[in-house]
Ligand binder design. Structure first.
Ligand code: CP
Length: 322
């Protein structure tokens, strides 16, 4: 694996899932793989789980993680080619990325979309410019359109639950449902989850959202899409809850109907489904207390699995790049 910015960087999802689960069983089995190597984790935006789990994963492999909060502590970076830098940006990625490339062995980056211009956000300029100019492997810690470490974690968590249930050749029904929120959020988690579940190809995958919240077909193609949440939830084995803003009329909230929030009553429609959310979650807006504090929620397991996802990915990159 050279870089990790989407599911397209993974040649065998199931093999990578089993690698992650092996690290979960024996976290320090490769504790010298990253000796004398450094990973630079650049944050242009806030994070709790991604930041901590990536540090722990790197340390489990013997790597030294260095965190740099570019957004709040570093120079404001310019990403446009041939920019005349007479505005607020102070340093061009063309100059900064090669420096990171000399300081680190792997570069990991979190950068959110502006939600103002869809073409700009979906061009993934920031992560592409780091790949172009850093000269070392790049890992996405969430980009403008995707959150691959989260989605890989989600497939690990679903696999783990299916293995616990001892179902031979399972074909779970997985439902991604839109949830209300108070502000416009990126489509990254929903795009990425859709991309990974489709690439995994082992589920009956249904996406449900209100009208006008269609996601990009680039990621959802292959899923069943319905505006009827109750119909979608019928017999579901896993329900993934997430808000996203509009894709077509980009970055808007058209409505935030509280009836879209998952409740125990709605869960009765499912096959006693496990409920997932990437966190952070707005309680009693996106997801009810009764679900989050109830027996069907696996959100903490999901967040804890972020470590094993990151460890498997960093391990693959270390092995590939020496
Ligand atoms: N799920 C997730 O990426 O969490 P953080 O934003 O806290 O990293």
């Amino acid at each position: 694996m050279k870089n990790f910015v989407s599911v397209n960087d993974v040649s065998n999802i199931d093999a990578l899932v089993q690698k992650a689960l092996a690290y979960k069983a024996s976290p320090y089995i490769d504790k010298t793989l990253g000796t004398n190597k450094r990973i630079g984790c650049l944050f242009l935006n806030p994070s709790m789980r991604t930041r901590l789990s990536t540090q722990i994963a790197a340390q489990n492999l013997g790597m030294e993680p260095i965190i740099f909060n570019v957004g709040s502590e570093g120079w404001m970076l310019e990403f446009e080619e041939e920019a005349i830098m007479s505005g607020t940006t102070v340093e061009h990625v063309k100059d900064a990325a090669p420096v990171f490339g000399k300081y680190f062995d792997i570069l990991a980056i979190r950068t959110f979309p502006s939600l103002k211009n869809r073409d700009d956000d979906y061009s993934e300029l920031y992560i592409k410019q780091f790949i172009k100019y850093a000269g070392i492997p790049v890992v996405s810690l969430e980009s403008s359109t995707l959150h691959p470490l989260q989605s890989f974690t989600d497939i690990i968590t679903i696999t783990e639950e299916l293995e616990k249930a001892k179902i031979v050749n399972p074909k779970p029904k997985i439902v991604l449902t839109w949830a209300p929120h108070v502000k416009p959020l990126p489509q990254c988690v929903a795009n990425s989850f859709s991309q990974w579940v489709n690439a995994w190809g082992k589920a009956d995958f249904v996406i449900t959202h209100p009208e006008d919240y269609e996601l990009s077909e680039e990621f959802t193609k292959g899923a069943t899409i319905t505006h009827n949440q109750n119909e979608a939830l019928k017999d579901a084995d896993f329900v993934y809850v997430k808000n996203w803003s509009t894709f077509n009329d980009y970055g808007k909230i058209y409505e935030s109907d509280p009836n879209w929030m998952l409740t125990n009553k709605k869960l009765e429609l499912t096959n006693n489904a496990k409920v997932m959310h990437c966190l952070p979650v707005r309680r009693n807006v996106e997801l009810s207390d009764e679900i989050l504090d109830g027996p069907n929620s696996i959100v903490t397991l999901e967040a804890s699995n972020r470590v094993w996802a990151a460890q498997a990915v960093l391990s693959e990159i270390l092995r590939t790049n020496g």
